[in-house]
Design a protein around this ligand. Structure first.
Ligand code: ZN
Length: 559
């Protein structure tokens, strides 16, 4: 509330647990401006229904009617005064407008000096089709030199939380309290809460300085003497974060009791983490560690391992380059990332595609002397240079080059490869790829740590950046009105390595070869060659240093 009246502060961000007085603070700010510093005020609630409830229960009943200083300044909406409705209240020198973040109409028109955004993590991504509700509200305040934006919320899911991202952009203040026994100032953290086995009534807070187990009265004593400490430079945005341990109204035992009740249920633990700790929730076990994958790099000794039966390729098209991944397949979906190349060049020029063709249509030599061609290639047409991709795919259809387009959506809702269509000007067959489903498959394979079915091998020539990109996305579970949805989100801007892997996998699905049958046949022919040494070996063991070494070699030109 002090920050709201500080002229140096442009924005105020409060990330906190539930029942810590966030909305009460908003009401106090409204009351202050009705009485002392009248101006146009906008309050944003997540929905229109919540805006109406907030107006009736909190503003009209709780604030206006109960506060003598402002009671006479705002007319009752029942007085048939057109200036006063549930969602719009005029007072001398200003007005209070309350809107739902889901209602674009409420966010248009009137200029506003003070914008108060409540429970921002429950806002829709877009107000109707008008865009981000907070940005819309921000625009309304643009003409006031002394404008102020206040954002307040209990956080939700990591990477998906407006309030956390706003807090991270602020000066990140935390509340430090002194120990009554040793004087050490500290932030109250859940990890310092102690209790004896399963008994919440024994809950105490262990001081970080002297280890004394604080009672609730010690805790209240400390909180009353605390102060805010910023952890980042102040650039006009004051950010405050606070958890349930600071609540003077909630005994510590209640927090522990709730925790014990929910700790085994991730869905309930998520709610507790958001509302009591005031922290975002991150799904565990849904990320892949780039280091553990990078540590698996192995030497293929400059040839394709002999377990590989079939090669496919995946190509990602960017504005200044093509990236191609050569991918090997063995028995039971064991696979090998043979190479990943970046070919710089403008994809609108033929030379770039000629270079790609020279890679795709060469062969790769295996350790047992076979020459493997690439049996299928998928090229992304969904982003850049769509027409050039169509032309290349059509021209090289005989080489099984396919144009594809990634389709997003919930994991499992789309097959890895859908039915192709020719609904494009080039009449090129276009395969829809369920990218989230494919990534889910790859991520489950990343977790396989023993060689054999499903295991993915990585060449020692793949650079660290490759593994950063493979893990550039992660699964998040989004919760909305009690319904959850799993999708991939980017946590790093570049992810071509992962995309190419998806496309090479899609190519393997499209060509539909039976790798196990090929492997068995090869074994049979080897065995019969051993039994009857007079027969010529079906597989040539004569080293041909020509094509594969020249074109399909393992030059690492990653940049
Ligand atoms: Zn102490």
């Amino acid at each position: 509330m002090d920050a709201c009246s500080d002229p140096a502060v442009r924005e105020v961000v409060v990330m906190a647990g539930a029942q810590l007085g966030k909305t009460e603070a908003i009401l106090n700010i409204i009351g202050f401006h009705m009485d002392h510093d009248p101006c146009p005020v906008l309050v944003l609630q997540p929905t229109l229904e919540m805006a109406q409830a907030f107006s009736k229960d909190r503003v009209a009943a709780g604030l206006i009617r109960a506060t003598p200083a402002i009671r006479g300044k705002v007319k009752d909406p029942r007085s048939r005064d057109a200036n006063n409705t549930t969602l719009h209240k005029v007072f001398p020198g200003g007005a209070l407008t309350i809107v739902g973040a889901n209602s674009p109409a409420g966010l248009a028109s009137r200029p506003i000096r003070l914008v108060l955004c409540d429970e921002v993590d429950r806002y829709p991504t877009s107000a109707g089709s008008e865009g981000d509700p907070i940005q819309l509200a921000r625009k309304r305040a643009a003409t006031f030199w002394n404008r102020k934006l206040v954002m307040v919320s209990t956080p939700t899911n990591k990477n998906d939380s407006r309030i956390e991202s706003a807090y991270l952009g602020s000066d990140q203040r935390k509340y430090f309290v002194p120990c009554r026994h040793c004087g050490q100032e500290q932030e109250l953290k859940w990890q310092n809460v102690i209790w004896s086995d399963g008994d919440p009534d024994t809950a105490r807070y262990a001081c970080e300085g002297c280890g004394t187990a604080w009672t609730d009265s010690d805790r209240a004593h400390a909180i009353a003497r605390g102060h805010w400490v910023a952890h980042e430079e102040f650039k006009g945005i004051a950010g405050f974060s606070i958890n349930g341990l600071y609540s003077p109204w909630t005994p510590l035992a209640d927090g522990v009791r709730d925790f014990l009740a929910v700790k085994k249920n991730p869905q309930q633990l998520r709610v507790w983490t958001n509302t009591y700790l005031g922290e975002t929730w991150e799904d565990e076990g849904e990320t892949v560690d780039e280091y553990s994958l990078a540590d698996r790099r192995e030497s293929f000794n400059e040839k394709v391992p002999e377990e590989v039966m079939v090669l496919t390729a995946g190509v990602d098209v960017q504005d200044n380059r093509l990236e191609v991944q050569i991918y090997g397949w063995g028995r039971d979906d064991e696979s090998w990332v043979i190479d990943h190349r970046i070919m710089y060049g403008d994809p609108s020029t033929p030379q770039t595609w000629t270079t790609l063709a020279s890679v795709l249509f060469s062969t790769w030599e295996t350790h047992d002397g076979r020459e493997l061609p690439i049996r299928g290639t998928c090229i992304d047409s969904g982003g850049h240079h769509t027409q050039a991709v169509y032309q290349f795919a059509k021209r090289h259809a005989a080489h099984r080059v396919f144009a594809i387009k990634g389709i997003g959506g919930e994991i499992g809702s789309k097959p890895i490869v859908g039915r192709p269509s020719k609904n494009n000007a080039a009449k090129c067959p276009l395969f829809p790829i369920g990218v989230d489903t494919a990534k889910d498959l790859l991520f489950s394979r990343f977790k396989i740590s023993e060689e054999g079915p499903g295991y993915i091998h990585f060449s020692e020539h793949l650079p660290d950046e490759f593994f950063k990109q493979l893990t550039a996305e992660k699964v998040v579970t989004r919760y909305h009105k009690g319904y959850s949805k799993r999708t991939f989100v980017k946590v790093r801007p570049r992810n071509e390595a992962l995309d190419c892997m998806v496309y090479a996998t899609a190519a393997y699905v499209i060509i539909g070869v039976n790798v196990n049958a090929i492997a068995s046949k090869l074994e049979e022919s080897r065995q019969s060659a051993e039994e009857e040494p007079v027969m010529p070996a079906p597989v040539s063991r004569i080293a041909r240093p020509g094509r594969s070494a020249r074109k399909g070699g393992f030059v690492n030109n990653w940049r």
